[in-house]
Design a protein around this ligand. Sequence first.
Ligand SMILES: NC(=O)c1ccc[n+]([C@@H]2O[C@H](COP(=O)([O-])OP(=O)(O)OC[C@H]3O[C@@H](n4cnc5c(N)ncnc54)[C@H](O)[C@@H]3O)[C@@H](O)[C@H]2O)c1
Length: 318
Amino acid sequence: MKNKNILVTGGAGAIGANLVNILSASNKNIIVIDDLSSGTPENILKNKNVVLYKDSILNDLLLKRIFLKSRNKIDIVFHLAALFANQNSVEHPEKDLLTNALGTLKLLDLSTKSRVERFVYISSSCVYGSAGVDLKEDLSFSLETPYAISKFCGEQYAHFYHHLYGLRAVILRYFNAFGPGDPPGRYRNVIPNFMLTALQGKPLKITGTGDETRDFTYIDDIIRGTILAAEVKNATGHIFNIGSGREIKIRHVAELINCLSGNKAGIKFIPRRKWDKITRRVANIEKSRKILGYRPQISFDDGLKKTYRWFKERYCKK
Ligand SMILES: NC(=O)c1ccc[n+]([C@@H]2O[C@H](COP(=O)([O-])OP(=O)(O)OC[C@H]3O[C@@H](n4cnc5c(N)ncnc54)[C@H](O)[C@@H]3O)[C@@H](O)[C@H]2O)c1
């Protein structure tokens, strides 16, 4: 993708910032809308062609200015802004609905009106609910959290704008992303939180038995899949899984992090959270391989080592 004007919502976030940095190298202007509720801007502002609006995707005036009044017409939208993720949505369901569903609707509507070339909507594997393995795009499922409901709602709106108005929308279902840029925190992902705990010399808390699995996907593979979704001609109107296709046990993740960090405090098992009914999760990536030409390239252990190196540098206080 070259010489495009691109809007990245949530572009200061863990995944968005990695995407912005790659896109800014070969495109004209990258506009980022991010209210910085969980993102940090420092990683993207070093790029000269990146403009950051520290604001919400719910701000109609700002959206109209960017889509309809700007000198540089937006060619491509990557919509990543979201209230993240399950536990946060269980505690703040209304905020989750507004950002993830209404915010998506507003962006789809203006993208249709301003005739963008491509709209890439970032959804999540959580829309598969507690369905576990061999996750194919046409499976039916039940949803366990407000986040899963609102991300699925965003998908349905994207379908609507695609079918009724011909918006060239593509939906990506990311599976557990990890890599440099992913911070620890109350509502954040298991890998950075394990790393922080290990560096503090405390036992890693696994909610469950440790035999639960997830499809951990390294950030570089996630970004490659995301850019392909905007580039590949016949991707429009489709849903794609962006995962690694590998099933990794949480116990393995904890053991490897304890080994990398030299943490001797071990693992502590605690009960699973009430809403968490997912014992296994792995993506079927055949459709993404076939249509997008998507090929995950980084093994879990290599990705984890790279992530740990970044994490230690960033968070290890000497
Ligand atoms: N990280 C994962 O494992 C994963 C898995 C599946 C799907 N996803 C999806 O990928 C996308 C990016 O996730 P991430 O891991 O980078 O999370 P993140 O929290 O780091 O990024 C989301 C960004 O959106 C911003 N934001 C939140 N509400 C906003 C609003 N109202 N207006 C403008 N900006 C707002 C936040 O400040 C943040 O920078 C999200 O849509 C998420 O649902 C992530």
